[in-house]
Design a protein around this ligand. Structure first.
Ligand code: NAI
Length: 252
């Protein structure tokens, strides 16, 4: 892992799961971490981080955060942003409401775009932004509003990478499969079981395994990587439906 000393990152969704693991990994690597989340629940701080309460769906809150982070001299001061805050909506096509779509898009798609808008002006040349998408954003997904919001985040990632490239700012997306976090703990057991069957590695992932890829994308080791997507999903999306066919033929 490249060094992150003397670097400053903002991580959203930092109170739990993947965001918390990312904040902790960055702090361990020597970075200053602004750990933003809607809900700090009194749990121990995930490493040596500065907690900030932020609702990513509220443009005004991003403006306030940007003002707080703007140094007196006005020089760029931020080396990266990780948009990990997210909410799930599990209603299927015939049950999903307009509110399900509005909520999922506000947090999972608009929120990251607002964060990029607010903080990119504060970013140094060489800064890196990582959006946390989902396997659900690369295929059909039973929770239609959630899946669609993650498809939208892929488009936001590509456009931001195009817009910010000339400033030397990279923007990439990490798409996790089933990761053991409070979000997936709230899913039906059948969802977990079905994911295990559909995943070539036949196991679930950990927040730290996702964080390791995010931290790499933030580092100068990934200096020529932008506008791309990395699945951290044990092969879930990579087989494209080939797994059950191979099993049917081989009996494995
Ligand atoms: P989590 O539920 O453990 O953590 C999400 C965090 O986001 C919470 O701390 C929550 O307070 C925060 N948050 C929610 N709404 C917010 C808002 N409006 N403003 C600021 N913070 C807000 O979830 P997990 O699993 O760590 O998910 C992190 C990201 O990874 C999400 O974007 C999720 O969609 C994505 N993801 C997770 C997968 C998994 O298997 N756990 C799979 C694929 C994607």
């Amino acid at each position: 892992m490249g060094s992150h000393e003397d670097r400053t990152y903002v991580v959203t969704g930092a109170a739990s799961g993947i965001g918390a693991a990312t904040a902790a990994a960055l702090a361990d690597a020597g970075a200053r971490v602004i750990a933003a989340d809607l809900a700090w629940d009194g749990a121990p701080s995930p490493g040596d981080v500065e907690r900030v309460r932020l609702d990513v769906s509220q443009p005004g809150e991003w403006v306030v955060l940007a003002e707080q982070l703007r140094p007196a001299g006005g020089e760029p001061s931020i080396d990266g942003l990780v948009n990990a805050a997210g909410i799930t909506r599990r209603a299927r096509l015939h049950d999903a409401t307009a509110d399900d779509f509005a909520a999922a898009f506000a947090v999972n798609a608009t929120g990251p775009a607002l964060g990029i808008q607010a903080l990119a002006p504060l970013m140094r040349d060489g800064a890196s932004i990582v959006n946390v998408g989902s396997a659900a954003g690369t295929m059909a997904h039973y929770g239609i509003a959630y899946g669609a919001s993650k498809w939208a985040l892929r488009g936001i990632t590509k456009t931001a990478a195009m817009e910010l490239g000339p400033r030397g700012i990279r923007v990439n997306l990490v798409s996790p499969g089933f990761i053991e976090t409070p979000m997936t703990a709230s899913a039906p057991v059948a969802f977990r079981d079905a994911n295990l069957v559909a995943t070539p590695l036949a196991r679930t992932g950990t927040p730290a395994q996702v964080a390791a890829v995010i931290v790499h994308l933030l580092s100068p080791d990934a200096a020529f990587v932008t506008a791309t997507e990395i699945a951290v999903d044990g092969g879930l999306t990579g087989h494209g439906g080939g797994l059950p066919i191979a099993r049917a033929l081989t009996g494995d």
